[in-house]
Design a protein around this ligand. Structure first.
Ligand code: GLP
Length: 267
């Protein structure tokens, strides 16, 4: 696991967009694992901007989103399918057939989940998985106590997540669907590389648990410690709970890959 800490969320999201754009330039038909949430909005805006100005052509990617609320039809304004169309797919021309999001209103959600894993495998696996982090340490909708070998499946959302995501549902946790289909932790760990992005003080505890805590299903984000190609991007606020800053800063300075990436954002 490699870690980069930048001064603010703006720089973090800019670097994340650059890394994704570079992946697509190297492999225009890359298979991306995509995430939703507020953190991702600036990243997708950055990617759309790079597409619009001809720095990268995003149209040929195939993507698999991490999760979707059970019960929401795809045109529902709070569905993650709708989010992805609005924030990325429609602007860069990714058609529905290649921009996969679990079908929240599938007649058989368990079957939908199993087919999703199969579709990822048939696409050749995920080249780069973008991940956010829930305030309770969840990745996708893998809530605390999600096993590290779990597959895409139907899960119940934690109280903390209902509260965290209620902002999208008129601030009312009761309106947030109680279940979701999420890629499993095991599914996520099969990606060839992972880019985990967290910004803001509300993520500090989850970040510390994921990076410095013991491997534990209580903090599903800690599973990324086991991945060979995982890059974590943090702003100062999200990094504020870390206790081992010195070794992170040493790595940022001496790892050629990291110092190259950081160069343009910290002058
Ligand atoms: C939702 C998504 C997660 C995401 C999290 C963080 O719960 N299912 O994949 O990481 O939100 O959201 P935000 O970036 O809004 O804090």
């Amino acid at each position: 696991m490699k870690i980069i800490i930048l001064p603010d969320a703006h720089s973090v999201c800019g670097l994340a967009a650059d890394i994704i754009a570079q992946t697509i330039r190297q492999k225009p038909e890359a298979v991306l694992g995509l995430a939703t949430g507020r953190t991702m909005e600036a990243i997708y805006a950055g990617l759309c901007e790079r597409h619009r100005t001809g720095q990268v052509d995003v149209a040929s990617i195939t993507s698999f989103n991490l999760d979707e609320y059970v019960g929401l039809p795809k045109n529902h304004p709070q569905s993650y399918r709708h989010y992805m169309r609005e924030k990325l797919f429609d602007s860069v021309g990714v058609p529905e057939i290649r921009g996969h999001v679990p079908c929240g209103d599938a007649l058989n959600p368990d079957q939908e989940a199993a087919s999703y894993d199969q579709a990822i495998a048939e696409a050749g696996g995920i080249d780069l998985q973008l991940l956010g982090l829930g305030g309770n340490g969840h990745i996708g909708f893998n809530e605390p106590l999600s096993g590290f070998r779990t597959r895409t499946r139907v899960v119940a959302l934690a109280e903390a997540t209902l509260a965290q995501n209620s902002g999208m549902f008129e601030g009312d946790p009761d309106q947030v669907p109680k279940c979701a289909i999420t890629m499993g932790v095991g599914t996520i760990l099969e990606a060839k590389s992972i880019l985990l992005v967290a910004t803001g003080a509300a993520k500090a505890e989850a970040v510390a648990g994921s990076i410095e805590g013991p491997l534990s299903s209580v903090v599903p984000g800690s599973a990324v410690q086991m991945h060979q190609e995982c890059l974590v991007l943090l702003d100062e606020q999200a990094a504020s709970g870390l206790k081992r800053r010195a070794s992170i800063e040493w790595q940022m300075k001496h790892d050629p890959e990291l110092s190259h990436l950081i160069g343009q954002y910290c002058s």
